[in-house]
Ligand binder design. Sequence first.
Ligand SMILES: Nc1ncnc2c1ncn2[C@@H]1O[C@H](COP(=O)(O)OP(=O)(O)O)[C@@H](O)[C@H]1O
Ligand SMILES: O=c1ccn([C@@H]2O[C@H](COP(=O)(O)OP(=O)(O)O)[C@@H](O)[C@H]2O)c(=O)[nH]1
Length: 304
Amino acid sequence: MIQPRLLTRRLFQQASPLQSLSNHAGRPIRTSILRSQARRSYAASGEKGPRPIPGQSPFKIWPFLAIILAGSGSYMLLVKSRTDMAAAAQASKSSGQIAAPKKDTPTFSSDKVTVVFVLGGPGAGKGTQCANLVRDYNFTHLSAGDLLRAEQDRPGSEFGQLIKDYIKDGAIVPMEVTVQLLENAMTETLSKTKDGKGRFLIDGFPRKLDQAVKFEESVCKAKFVLFYDCPEDVMEKRLLKRGETSGRTDDNAESIKKRFKTFVETSMPVVDTYDKEGKVVKVVANKSPEDVYAETKKKIEGRI
Ligand SMILES: Nc1ncnc2c1ncn2[C@@H]1O[C@H](COP(=O)(O)OP(=O)(O)O)[C@@H](O)[C@H]1O
Ligand SMILES: O=c1ccn([C@@H]2O[C@H](COP(=O)(O)OP(=O)(O)O)[C@@H](O)[C@H]2O)c(=O)[nH]1
């Protein structure tokens, strides 16, 4: 099984929870600097300046502007450096890794790496069908949910509690965490190949449009989306049954309800968007696992 590696500094630079912490930490200093700037501005407009020439305005605007500009400039620099420093400190404390620069081109070229997103409601049978595809088509299966649960349980993870809360609530974990875990897992798999080629089933991701955009921009373009279409009542029965043995904190009636809501409101728009681009392979999932797989095979032949 692929172990998610420590998240890199890039993740910390982008992760909103930590950024807001570092911003918060810097606020008192910034406020006091602003106050002292304000005091200086008032002093500059005091009575000790040269006497005004008759006919000209007694108020000179340029000194004010210069002070405001200089003040704002140094304020911005201070804020930026403090934010970067805090992020770097956090990152090195927890991972000891060097920052990866923010990038706009995908890490993996789709010439070498094939990515298929596997989507469907909770309990639609994504994981079950992925196991079949791994056996027959030499895919590597990466379940975003499994990676998040492994990160949640990793001793020392800064995101453990955050992931736990999101999963229990059926909500979507901030994308920086999930995208980085997926990229790390892909890197690890590909590092074991001679030619850097690979095929991935990314199961249960992207669950939100911004995740889809981010992943395709920074990690790898997806070839197509395999979508398992299943009625809610069927999925609910399956999940409650799975909950008897899965040990998952979200396989209970209350969490299932929330997960369905998230799926309809947030994840279905991802499927609809890809569908408009002609990238969705839809499979009816309300049949026996064997029949679902037979339809899957028929529909993906020629696309992979
Ligand atoms: N076609 C099917 N018919 C009946 N039960 C299924 C089917 N596919 C999967 N299951 C069962 O339903 C539960 C959810 O399936 P799973 O593959 O884990 O779904 P997902 O990954 O979409 O949440 C599991 O307990 C699984 O054994
Ligand atoms: O990209 C992802 C994938 C999963 N999750 C979280 O992990 C939970 C379980 O997802 P998984 O795919 O394991 O299970 P499913 O709900 O499809 O059965 C979801 O409800 C989310 O809270 C997430 O936040 N982002």
